[in-house]
Write a protein that binds this ligand. Structure first.
Ligand SMILES: Cc1ncc(C[n+]2csc(CCOP(=O)(O)OP(=O)(O)O)c2C)c(N)n1
Ligand SMILES: [Mg+2]
Length: 302
């Protein structure tokens, strides 16, 4: 089967565009509420995904519901899109449970705080599924800093050698807590993947349609070639690494201001409004849904 050309992927259907925006708005609202709950002492910690919603929603919608996802610990937008309820999502961060959802039913594995361990879990799972004649498409999410772990190199090599159906999605937010990316690597991760024999692409992550198109292409490659693929997505982290991390100490005011200005959620909402794809009524409807989710979370945890 021939892979579709770039232009065939550019026309994202209008329903998909609205879906991208709705999932981004929901993720933003839940993330804001979780940060608020942490400030009130209801959660012990929260790692915000603000600024990374387009990368997460674009990639998750592009691959569809079939693949099993092996997340890191910041993939809240993917989790919500996969059906994790907000109260299930924050339960871990309130110290109530190791994992608030059913990983098998949702095909969304528990968050992994041991950096890069999920890369090997994901590749191994994919190989195991294939051996049993089951769906072997796996998506592994990883941050830029975690790619410095040996596990990531082992996982990429194993995936390449075994031709495993694994999509590696790296959200490169420029920071491993306070360590900037240029102090972590001399080449891009996309280049490194090619050294292992894995096809890859490096894309900006502010526009969910760019991410959706690149990940649709990657998914088609995985399904037709039965071989791994890596998408490196450049994103801007709006808040500190976690609610315990005062990023003003090591980030310039300019860097923080630029990340806020590049907010993918407000930019995409404005774009779809300008295009006439959503109107005030539609936005109010999503807002009401988000408010209800936030209120439920507040009642359960505050
Ligand atoms: C094996 C291991 N070493 C160190 C840590 C401490 N640690 C937690 S998050 C983090 C930075 C990770 O950065 P990155 O992979 O870029 O992800 P981001 O938090 O930016 O999404 C570090 C060093 C850890 N959790 N696990
Ligand atoms: Mg990072």
């Amino acid at each position: 089967m021939v892979l579709k050309s770039d232009s065939e992927y550019e026309a994202v259907p209008d329903d998909t565009r609205r879906s991208l925006l709705r999932h981004m708005l929901v993720a933003r609202g839940v993330d804001q509420e979780a940060r608020q709950l942490q400030k009130q002492g209801a959660l012990d910690l929260w790692l915000s995904c603000q600024g990374q919603e387009a990368a997460q929603v674009g990639s998750a919608l592009a691959v569809g519901p079939a693949p099993t996802v092996f997340p890191s610990y910041r993939e809240h937008a993917v989790a919500l899109l996969r059906g994790v309820a907000p109260d299930e999502l924050v339960a871990q961060w309130a110290g109530r449970t190791f994992c608030g959802w059913d990983p098998r039913r949702l095909r969304f594995f528990p968050y992994t705080l041991v950096l890069a361990a999920q890369t090997l879990h994901g590749v191994g799972y994919s190989i195991g599924q294939r051996l049993q004649g089951l769906e072997d498409f796996v998506v592994v999410y990883i941050g830029d800093g975690a790619t410095s772990e040996g596990d990531m190199s082992e996982a990429m090599n194993l995936a390449a050698v075994e031709s495993a159906s694994v999509l590696f999605v790296c959200q490169n937010n420029g920071w491993a807590i306070s360590k900037p990316t240029d102090e972590q690597m001399r080449t891009s991760l996309a280049e490194r993947a090619r050294g292992f024999g894995i096809e890859s692409v490096r894309i900006p992550g502010q526009d969910p349609e760019t991410v959706f198109a690149a990940c649709s292409r990657a998914a088609a490659h995985i399904r037709t070639e039965r071989a791994p693929y890596l998408v490196e997505i450049r994103v801007a982290r709006i808040h500190g690494h976690s609610t315990s991390d005062p990023h003003e100490v090591y980030r310039s005011p300019d860097d923080i201001a630029q990340a806020r200005a590049a907010d993918p959620v407000s930019a995409y909402a404005a774009r779809l409004s300008e295009l006439g794809l959503v109107d005030g009524g539609w936005l109010d409807g999503v807002d009401a849904q988000v408010r209800e989710l936030r209120e439920r979370l507040m009642k359960e945890y505050a």
